[in-house]
Ligand binder design. Structure first.
Ligand SMILES: [Zn+2]
Length: 459
């Protein structure tokens, strides 16, 4: 994200107002789809229709109104063209000219158009946020040499995130291997590796994409703010109810979304014994389109631990390291932000723990049926305790500082913070005596310790 500060201050408001004053919205499709009148920029009606649907998508979930005006010849406006791939400048033209949004035939997809329109409305790419280094690692060495500029961070003075946090699930986030030198190289890796398959989706605007757009353009649309729960906020299209993060519903987001296409999900109280959840019909295959949402809740003083088990299969694009269908887990304190998405074939090995008494699990199958997942969850005391460390293992070398030793510990109960294994360098005194071979450089231990190493004696 995302928003060019100039867009928010001053001059943007007039544009916003112009759109809102005109009662004609894209709901009047008959007017808009007259091909003789409007066929100038695009040959195919189908393409126009998809662009309109993308604009309608933004319209339905924000206070923004888009008005088609083919006779406009001057002033700030979005002009759709196809001369420059899938591209758009960020924000309004500073001199009051047209803002060209280029949509080549391969960009005529709802998600891609929603992405380009977001640029025109002031959104940067998510991984250009000034705070991105806390969330992702840009692998410069893997980026195609002409495309490195696409990965620069934006100047904090140019960006207003309106308090919306970094979102791996944003429609503005690049894919894992975007602009790579070779097909299979990662150009962006997520710090928490379980978010890797969340980044790069172009299927839907994330809750935070929409929240940011609403914060920037629609914060004064409703007279009052409702007491929305779970990170929801007053819906600028329907001021008497909240817009809720995926998985929640009800006037104030107080309910868990019911299953779609299956009876599943809901609020589950977990105890210290294991509770099992699974996709519909497991171990039989689930059907495409089915959705389940769970809110797993532990007793006060406890957290939720979650673990996949059994056969796992959800449709993904392996080549892009990207989930198409997924099980999403939200385990932080922020249920409005996109969680870790699990997909592809093979049981995920991570044991996932919640930061609070709650954990959200979303099963979403937009594309295909398949095996699905099975998992178990239980409550753990929030403050766990470790057993004692085992004694150190013998040093792997008797001198020369190249040796290491190791010890381990196990978690006695609850959620233990820290690592279950520790290693350290040992026997750092220089070797003495007759050396069969001088300076046997192995490269295994470097840094200041190599000073101590001096001559490493062959044992
Ligand atoms: Zn873009």
């Amino acid at each position: 994200m995302r928003v060019h500060r100039n867009e928010v201050d001053g001059n943007l408001k007039s544009w916003n107002r112009r759109m809102k004053d005109d009662p004609r919205s894209l709901k009047n499709k008959e007017d808009i789809l007259n091909p003789e009148e409007h066929g100038r920029h695009f040959e195919a009606l189908r393409e126009q229709r998809i662009i309109e649907l993308a604009l309608e998508h933004w319209h339905n979930i924000t206070c923004l109104n888009f008005v088609r005006d083919d006779s406009a010849r001057s002033g700030n406006r979005i002009v759709f063209t196809d001369v420059d791939g899938c591209a758009s400048n960020v924000g309004k033209h500073p001199l009051g000219e047209e803002q060209l949004v280029s949509l080549a035939p391969e960009c005529i997809r709802l998600g891609v158009i929603a992405h380009e329109v977001a640029h025109a409305l002031g959104f940067w790419h998510e991984q250009s946020r000034p705070d991105r280094d806390q969330f992702v690692n840009v692998r410069w060495e893997n980026i195609d040499k002409d495309s490195k500029g696409q990965f620069l961070k934006e100047d904090p003075d140019d960006v207003d995130n309106a308090g919306v946090p970094y979102d791996y699930g944003s429609i503005m986030h690049y894919r894992s291997k975007a602009f790579s030198r070779y097909d299979d190289l990662y150009t962006i890796t997520t710090f928490v590796s379980d978010y890797q398959k969340t980044i790069g989706q172009r299927d839907q605007l994330s809750f935070n994409d929409i929240r940011l757009m609403n914060r920037i353009y629609c914060s004064n649309t409703c007279g009052r703010n409702l007491p929305c729960q779970r990170g929801g906020y007053t819906d600028p299209r329907k001021c008497d109810r909240c817009r809720c993060p995926d998985g929640f519903t009800g006037t104030y987001c107080e309910q868990v979304m019911p299953g779609y296409g299956a009876v599943c999900g809901g609020k589950v109280r977990v105890s210290t014994g294991w509770t099992r959840i699974s996709s519909p019909g497991y171990p039989n295959e689930f059907k495409e389109g089915q959705e389940c949402s769970w809110l797993l809740t532990a007793p006060p003083g406890y957290i939720v631990e979650f673990q996949f088990m059994g056969e796992f299969e959800m449709y993904c694009k392996v080549r892009h390291s990207l989930c198409m269908d997924y099980v999403e887990i939200r385990n932080s304190t922020d249920f409005a932000n996109t969680g870790m998405r699990y997909c592809c074939y093979g049981t995920p090995q991570t044991r996932i723990r919640s930061a609070t008494i709650d954990m959200v699990v979303l099963f979403r199958s937009f594309y295909r049926g398949g095996k699905g997942f099975e998992a178990r969850a239980r409550a753990l005391p929030a403050n766990g305790a470790w057993n004692k460390w085992t004694p150190w293992t013998p040093c792997t070398a008797s001198c020369g500082s190249c040796g290491t030793r190791m010890r381990t510990r196990t978690c006695a109960y609850g959620a233990c913070e820290g690592e279950p294994m520790e290693t350290e360098v040992c026997n750092t005194q220089p070797c003495t005596g007759m050396c069969a071979q001088k300076k046997e450089e192995t490269g295994e231990c470097g840094g200041f310790l190599s000073l101590l190493r001096g001559i490493r004696c062959k044992q």
